[in-house]
Write a protein that binds this ligand. Sequence first.
Ligand SMILES: C[S@@+](CC[C@H](N)C(=O)[O-])C[C@H]1O[C@@H](n2cnc3c(N)ncnc32)[C@H](O)[C@@H]1O
Length: 572
Amino acid sequence: MQLWKDRLAAMRPTERSAAVAQLLRIEEEGAFAGLVGGSPGADTDETAADSDDAEEAPAGQQQRQQQQQGGDAWTRGLDARDKRAVTDLVASVTRWRRRLDYVIEACSGRRMADLDAPLRQILRIGALELVEQGAPSHTVNEHVELAKRIMHKGSGGVANFVLREIARRREAGTLPQPPPPAKGMSREQAAEALAVGASHPTWLVAGWLQQYGPKATMELLRWNNRKPHHAVRLAPGLDPAAVCKRLQGLDVAAQPSRYLPREFITVQQNMQGLLASGLIGSGQGQVQDEAAGLVVALLQPQPGEDLLDACAAPGGKTLFAAARMQGQGSVLALDIGRSRLTALRRMAARQQHGRIVSTRAADLRDFAEMLARRRRLAATGGEEAQQAQQEAEQEAEQAQQAQQGPSEAAEASAAAGDDAADSGHKPWPTQFDRVLLDAPCSGTGVLAKRADLRWRRTPEQIEHMASLQGELLAAAASLVKPGGVLVYSTCSLEASENQQQVAAFLAAHPDFAVEPPPAEAGIPAHCLSPEGYLLMLPHVHGTDGAFAVRLRRSGDNESSSAAAEEAAWPTS
Ligand SMILES: C[S@@+](CC[C@H](N)C(=O)[O-])C[C@H]1O[C@@H](n2cnc3c(N)ncnc32)[C@H](O)[C@@H]1O
């Protein structure tokens, strides 16, 4: 183990030392910038709690597990308020990292890459406090001490020199500023200038400049650097106005959502007060962005229908859909991530949806292939059809046993007060009335909440995701009944993951057509693009970014459906 790790673990933690530890985890282990030592489900302002979006990094999962097991040495002894301060500090440093590095490099004449990793984090924290938060110059002493304790005297000397120089230049009004974009710059130069100033990767800004233009890009960059606000979906039957009134009494600035006023509220500030109110802890409210809610509104699940949520975990949309179905029908929540489905089942039971929600851990492509085979067998009639039916029943039972240990089954059953534990036994249909494909994506629409994501994404990943999305979309389409509805959604702002996916899908699936949402779906007109897509832009709508399209499968064109299915899933 590196020396600094031992030293960090041995010292009595402070907010700054804990922040250094977490920043190192993000930089070296790919952890995400949120939730330092908090309890799961009680995430505060800067967490991934409601960005039911981009996948959770394995390191992030490890971190959650560690926290569930009582936290780690680096936060031991810090109370909940301190931990939230650490979370905020980590998020701010992560968000402003590129700009802070620019200032540090300009003031020190050294490249960040040449400094040791812990010293980089200390300098970033110090620079943030001095440059962005107006901390008094004498706080430099504390950073110097921290550098000496975690590393050695020499590191303290570097911290002293660099941070004093930043403080001096701040007093003199000569802090180095990244050059703003100017006339005559090439597009690449303008992207670079904007990206350094707003602390984003250049390639991302260059793409947005091309797709959205300079004005919208600058607004989006500003949005991503603001402290995010959150929305909460309320349990059915709760009156948003009454809940907001109660919260206002607790000094929580809350109001009914302007997009989903009957089910959501927004919380502008004081998330701590919200958590203290017990609304989330009691299961009466779930942190969920309004844009995610609108995706479900676009899907319009109806009581009594069979619904497949094809990429369901962690389950925010599954549970909202189940709430809309009022306990009637069935919701199959499928995801490749088995452990995240366990959490989803617990939440479903807690929110009284255990009766209609069942889960399945599988790759959607394999699952679609399996059901296509079952349909083919069933279509042959006779013995083979019976075999298909038996297979379905056995399979559902096995899945139930594999996924639900006895204690969990009992818990779900008790919490739901019904036969929740048996709900998974019903064989799934081979095609569904409605299918939601909330695809794995780059998550570029949630960068305000996921400060680390902007540094983790690469153009190659987006290319890879786009190709996966195309495959998942074809698989999901095969699971839609003739006449049924397919909603494809992402929390990405990239055309390659959104509009271009739809265009490619429609070209390969003539039995599907875009269906603009009917008035009853309640989607405000200004949230829809001219093509009828749901398009939530953070800087325009004040929500997470989201894209969704509602596609209707024709009911009378069986041959083209079958042809498309055959093309997607060869029978061999
Ligand atoms: C955007 S997240 C879904 C968020 C979820 N709909 C919600 O609202 O809480 C995408 C999900 O797709 C899952 N996934 C990725 N590849 C998959 C595959 N091949 N088959 C099934 N699920 C997959 C990931 O595990 C992740 O949970």
